[in-house]
Structure formats: structure tokens, C-alpha cells
Design a protein around this ligand. Structure first.
Ligand code: SAH
Length: 232
């Protein structure tokens, strides 16, 4: 039986999920709070990591190694790159990269370090389940590449560079590191983001305006994913 980790980076990304759980137990561990609940007969562990690759690595690892979760679903917001992605639209990652990992001075491609890989692919079965969920909800969900880095991108030139190296459809600050953790520990994972901004010069204003509503859109879809995982 699965024990499902549901992760966000910011409180606003997990608040709509906690609301749906009713009762949960709060455990403090390694500087974060982890919320444990039984939902439709299945154990869930919910947490927000804080922003960025390091904090999200810590939380993903903790959920798997300490709380024994065996599947991980990430819910949150992202900056859109693909012009078809508008505010509030959903993107599911097919693969993720670290756009700020740079040892190109030694002839390596951007995002690559020896014994690593530029991209980490997400779980095909969870992707297939998300298609079923999208169909049932009558929602369009874009599948694409997500680029992750320790930087809030609000600059067309940086965006263009990320497209050049990774052909990314969206960018954010946690997915790529969560992907590395789950991949290394053989835990199937799913990264969902709703667009809060388009990573351009207005991004911080757009983010402030739409982060909460987009976080809710993502969280609602993630809870349908939980239902789907449970029903299989
Ligand atoms: N306003 C927040 C900081 C948000 S950082 C504060 O002051 O505390 C942006 C968060 O949303 C990150 O968790 C990241 O994953 C995601 N995100 C949304 N748009 C982004 C963008 N344009 N660039 C990078 N990350 C983005």
C-alpha cells in the first residue's frame, strides 16, 4: 500500500491540501513541519519545504527516508515560458533539469555534472494517471520540460537562455532537486505546477497577484491525483 508524500515549497501551496484533510498530526523534524493524515484509507504526509533546491532536497529526502513515503506528488506554482501557458494553466513535468548548474568551463553541457544527467524523467505511470484525471475534469494539462534553479526569474534574457539550453516550458525553484532525490531513491514522483507569472519583467507583480489562486488550482488537481492513485 502506498504512503503518499505531497509536497509544496511555500505555505500557500499546501494550505488548500491541508484544508481537505480534516484532521492531521503535526510533527516537527529537521526544521520543518510534516502533517500526517489518513485520507480515504491511505496514509499521506504533507509538507512545504521552503523555497529553493536545498530546502526541497531536504524535505523530499525526509519524506522518503524518515516518513517512509513511497510515492511523491509535488504541487505548486511556476513561471511560464511556453507561450501557450497562461496564468492558472497547469503543467506536468515530463523531465526536469537544473538550469543554474554550470560547469561548462570544463566542456560539459549546462545542467550536467559527472555521474549525473542533464534531465531527470518523471514517472510514466503517474503521467498516464494525470491524463485520466485531466480528461475526467475536462481540463487541459500541458506536459513539458521544467527547469529549476535557485533564482526567481524575471528577465527575458535569462528565460531565453533557459530555453536555449533546456527547451523548457516552465521554470521554478524546487522540481529539479526533488526529481534528483526521488530518482536516486527509486520513488515514483509527479511534479505539477500552475502558472503564476511568465518570468518576465512583471513577474514579481504577477506572482503576488496570482500565486494563491494558482496554488489552489494545482492543489485541487493534486488531490484528484491522490484519489486516482488510491483507486488503482
Ligand atoms: N514571494 C516569495 C518568493 C517567491 S519565490 C517571498 O517573498 O517569500 C517563487 C516561488 O514560486 C518558488 O517556490 C518557485 O518554485 C515558484 N516560481 C514561480 N514563478 C517563478 C519564477 N518566475 N522564477 C522562479 N520560480 C518561480
Amino acid at each position: 500500500m502506498n504512503k503518499i508524500a505531497i509536497m509544496g515549497a511555500m505555505p500557500e501551496e499546501v494550505a488548500p491540501i491541508l484544508e481537505k484533510l480534516g484532521e492531521y498530526k503535526t510533527t516537527e523534524y529537521a526544521g520543518n513541519k510534516y502533517y500526517e493524515a489518513t485520507y480515504n484509507g491511505v496514509e499521506l504526509v504533507v509538507a512545504y519545504s521552503k523555497i529553493g533546491k536545498v530546502f526541497s532536497t531536504l524535505t523530499a529526502t525526509t519524506m522518503i527516508e524518515h516518513f517512509a513515503c513511497d510515492v511523491l506528488l509535488f504541487s505548486g506554482v511556476a513561471g511560464g515560458i511556453n507561450p501557450s501557458l497562461k496564468i492558472g494553466d497547469l503543467i506536468v513535468a515530463t523531465k526536469l533539469s537544473q538550469h543554474d548548474l554550470d560547469i561548462t568551463a570544463f566542456g560539459h553541457p549546462m545542467g550536467y555534472v559527472p555521474e549525473g544527467s542533464v534531465f531527470v524523467e518523471t514517472d510514466k505511470d503517474l503521467l498516464a494517471l494525470s491524463k485520466e484525471v485531466a480528461n475526467e475534469l475536462g481540463k487541459t494539462v500541458v506536459e513539458g520540460v521544467i527547469a529549476t534553479g535557485d533564482q526567481f526569474v524575471h528577465d527575458e534574457k535569462i528565460k531565453a537562455n533557459i530555453v536555449k539550453h533546456f527547451n523548457a516550458d516552465a521554470l521554478e525553484m524546487e522540481g529539479g532537486s526533488v526529481a534528483v532525490v526521488c530518482n536516486a531513491l527509486n520513488v515514483p514522483f509527479f511534479i505539477l505546477r500552475a502558472i503564476s507569472d511568465t518570468a518576465d519583467t512583471d513577474a514579481s507583480f504577477s506572482f503576488d497577484e496570482f500565486m494563491e489562486s494558482s496554488a489552489i488550482i494545482s492543489a485541487e488537481f493534486i488531490m484528484k491525483m491522490v484519489d486516482k492513485v488510491i483507486s488503482k
